[in-house]
Design a protein around this ligand. Structure first.
Ligand SMILES: [Zn+2]
Ligand SMILES: [Zn+2]
Length: 93
């Protein structure tokens, strides 16, 4: 692979290799030689599926996080309903 150093490479060279299509733009795997445009090794969809979804809704009782408010509400009802009825009221809509 002319022009690409596998060892001691600098960030600029890695970026260049990704832009050139030598390296997967998603995971950085070697897929060269590139055709002069960014591409990925096929990990694209898998990488996205594996990315953790943001879970902004936290259970105030046990700290478990939920993607959606309704998920937290369900959890709360199933796991903590009997414990704190006052809290449940505050988290139900
Ligand atoms: Zn990849
Ligand atoms: Zn909980």
């Amino acid at each position: 692979m002319p022009g690409l150093k596998r060892n001691g490479e600098k960030m600029g060279e890695i970026a260049e290799a990704i832009v050139n299509g030598d390296l997967c733009e998603q995971c950085g795997s070697w897929i060269g030689p590139g055709d002069g445009y960014p591409r990925n090794c096929g990990c694209d969809s898998g990488a996205r599926a594996a990315a953790p979804a943001p879970k902004p809704f936290k259970c105030p009782k046990c700290g478990k996080s939920f993607e959606k408010k309704v998920g937290r509400t369900d959890h709360f009802i199933n796991h903590h309903r009997s414990e704190v009825n006052k809290l449940v009221e505050g988290y139900l809509e």
